[in-house]
Design a protein around this ligand. Sequence first.
Ligand code: MSP
Length: 501
Amino acid sequence: MSSFYVTTPIYYVNAAPHLGHAYTTIAVDVMARHHRQRGEDVFFLTGTDEHGEPVADAAKAQGLEPKELADRNAERFRALMPRLGVSNDYFIRTSDPRHGAKVQEVLQRVHDNGHVYKGLYEGWYCPRCADFKVENEIAEGNRCPIHEIELVRQQEENWFFRLSTFQKDLERLYADQPDFVMPRERFNEAKAFIDSGLQDISLSRGRLTWGVVVPWDPTHVFYVWFDALLNYYTALSFARDGEDLTDRFWPATFHVIGKDILKFHTVFWPAMLLAAGIPLPEHVFVHGFLLGADGRKMSKSLGNVLDPFEVIDRYGTEALRYYLLRDVTFGADGSTSFDAVRARYEGELANELGNLASRTIAMITRYRDGALPEAELDPSIVAEFDGLPDQVSALMDRAELTQALETIWQRVRRLNRYVEEQAPWQLAKDDARAGDLDRVLRTLAEGLRAVIVLLSPWLPESSVKLLDALGTPDLALSGAALDGGRVQRVSPLEPLFPKPS
Ligand code: MSP
C-alpha cells in the first residue's frame, strides 16, 4: 500500500485561530480524505508552534508564563479541528518534551556533521516573523513587508548553520525535481532566492529561554524556525504510543503552506534535512492569501475580515469548506466575503447539488416506490463520466483542489441538464415509455452516487447522508466509476443544504 503523508504549517499560539488557519487546514483535510478514498495509507498532521520570541512576548504582555499562554491557545486550535470537519491523525505541540528531545537529536547530528559554527550576527530583525531579513526582503521605511512594522537592528553571538555550503545541492534539487515546489510561480520564486546566493543563517538564540535547549551549549535555545520545521519529522516518532511511524510515512508527500513562509520550507528546510542526512519531502505546495472583500489584506481595522465561525453558524461547516476551495483558486490569492459565501451556498450547494439529490430521490420514490429497476445507463452520460475518477486523482496529485472540484461540479450541472432534457415527469405519464423512465432514473441515481463519492473530501457529512439514502455507503474512489447496478433502493433524505433560519 502506498503511503501519503501530508502536513499543515503548525500555527503560532500567540494569536487566535482565524480564516487563514482554517483555509490551509481544510485544504489539507480535503487532500487527506481523497487519498484515503484511494485506499492509501494516510497520515495527516497539524498542530501548534509554541516556542520563540513572538509567543514569549505575547505571554509577557498578558502577564503569563509562555507555557500558560501556549496551553490556553493550543487548546483553541485543537478545538478548531472538529468544527472544521477536519480529520487530522495527530495534533503536535512543539512544547511537547518528546518533540524537544528529537529536535536535539537531529540538530546534534547536524552539528556533528560539521555544519554548525559560532559567530556574530548582526541584521534587521522582525520580531513578529522571528526572522532576520535579507536585503531584498526589507520594505520601504525599513519595514517588514509582511507585518509592516519597523525592523529592529539586532546583534548577537549565535550558533550558525552553514546554509551556504548547500548552494550546489539546492541548485541540483531544483534542477532535478521541477515539482519539488508547486505551483510553478512559487518554484521560480524559491529558485530565485537560491540563485541570488545563500548566506549562513542563525541557528540559535542566546537571549531567549523559551525554546529547545541547544545540547552542546545549554545557554542557547534553537531558533524557533528549526524547532518548528522539524515537527514534520519528529511527530512520527511519538504520535502513536509504542510505535515509531517514521519508516512508514517519511519522507512527507506534501507540505502545504501559505506563501508567507515559502523561504523556510523551500530553502532552509531541505538544506537542514540534507545536513542531518534525512531524505527530503516530495513536494511543498504553496497556496495564496485570502484577502478581504475589497481585495486588500484582511485586517480587523479595515473591517473586511470574513469570520469562519460566522459562516459555520449560518451555513454550516461544509459551506465554508466548499466556498474556500471553490471561490479562490487554490494556489492563487483571492478576495472573500460573506455575500460570496451566500451566493455559492444558495446558487450551487442548495440549487444545484441539493436539488439534484432531492429530485432524484423524490422521483424514484414517486414513480417506482423507491426501488430502482434494472436498466442500461444512458450512453451519453456514461461517456461524459468516463475516466472521471482518474482525472480527479491526477488533479489532486498536483494539489489542484479548485480544478478538481470544478471538474466534478461540471457533472453535477450535466446531471441537472439531463433531468431537464429527459423530463421524467412526462415519461411517467406514458406507460409505453416505462423502460425509458427506468433508464433515466437509474442514470441519475448512479450519476449522483458517482459525484457524491468524488465530492466527499469537500463535503464529508453530506456525502455520508446522501450515500446512506442511496443505500451505497462505500466511499472508495474505485466505486466512483459509473458502471451501474449499485443503487437498488432509496430512502428519504432531509434537505442537504436547507435555507438558514
Ligand atoms: N508557525 C509558523 C509556521 C511554522 S511551520 C513549520 C507560522 N504560523 S502562523 O500561525 O502564522 O500560520 C501561517 C499560515 O497560516 C500560513 O502559512 C497560511 O498557511 C495560513 N494563513 C495565515 N493567514 C492567511 C491568509 N490571510 N490567507 C491564507 N492563509 C493564511 O507562520
